[in-house]
Design a protein around this ligand. Structure first.
Ligand code: AMP
Length: 218
């Protein structure tokens, strides 16, 4: 039976970092709506161009656009057995649409929320640098400084600061999370599929705990 593992939590909680490693270990494709939107932006698609203003300002892209994009991604062959979701759902209508889709597919669903205090999120996001060649490679100016300035340690790609990781936008993203996404914890809790983890710990430790929860639910 297929399954969907959802990583919830505010921006900077470590969803992307964990999902990139977990996907391989659990044999589930890593589906990040933020990455999909950024790919669309790079390719200059209509969706990417429409999404840009929202993303740059730290606002959410309208549900209809994100849902169409996600449905198309989930129809791909590699998602036949489910997927690992990162950055989706972010609103109640998205969560409801996902729950319907999961039921239609007969998949199991597990949501894991990573909790991290705001001060730590701010520090993580403002120093984050992302690899332009592979968005899953992430470094930090203080916590994992690149060996060669401006270059990704994994593949040598150029490291850049996301437009929405600039100080003015980070505060708005955290607020949007609190207002629009945090209520989803209630939603998944009511379905009996929510686990909460302390994400303010060593990355390896968090990874092991997520894996344990995923295995228990398998
Ligand atoms: P992320 O990489 O997950 O931090 O997402 C970056 C930005 O993409 C967000 O701040 C939103 O503007 C947009 N975005 C990503 N996922 C969603 C989603 N599920 N719903 C609405 N907007 C999204």
């Amino acid at each position: 039976m297929g399954r969907v593992l959802i990583l919830l939590g505010p921006p900077g909680a470590g969803k992307g970092t964990q999902a990139a490693r977990l996907g391989r270990r659990l044999g589930l494709p890593h589906v990040s709506t933020g990455d999909l939107l950024r790919e669309n932006l790079e390719r200059g698609t209509e969706l990417g161009l429409g999404a840009r203003a929202y993303m740059d300002q730290g606002e959410l892209v309208p549900d209809a656009l994100v849902l169409d994009m996600l449905r198309a991604r989930l129809e791909c062959e590699d998602c036949r057995g489910g997927c690992l979701l990162d950055g989706f759902p972010r609103t109640l209508p998205q969560a409801q649409a996902l729950a319907r889709l999961v039921a239609e597919q007969g998949w199991r669903m597990l949501a894991i929320s990573l909790e991290v205090p705001d001060g730590v999120l701010l520090e993580r996001l403002s120093g984050r640098r992302v690899c332009r060649r592979d968005g899953a490679h992430i470094q930090h100016v203080l916590f994992s400084p690149p060996r060669q300035a401006g270059r990704c340690d994994v593949c040598g790609g150029e490291l850049y600061q996301r437009e929405d990781d600039r100080p003015g936008v980070i505060g708005r993203r955290l607020e949007v999370y609190r207002l629009q996404t945090a209520p989803l914890l209630e939603f998944f809790s009511a379905l009996g599929v929510l686990s909460v983890l302390d994400g303010n710990r060593d990355m390896e430790r968090v990874l092991i705990e997520i894996e344990r929860l995923a295995q228990e639910a398998a």
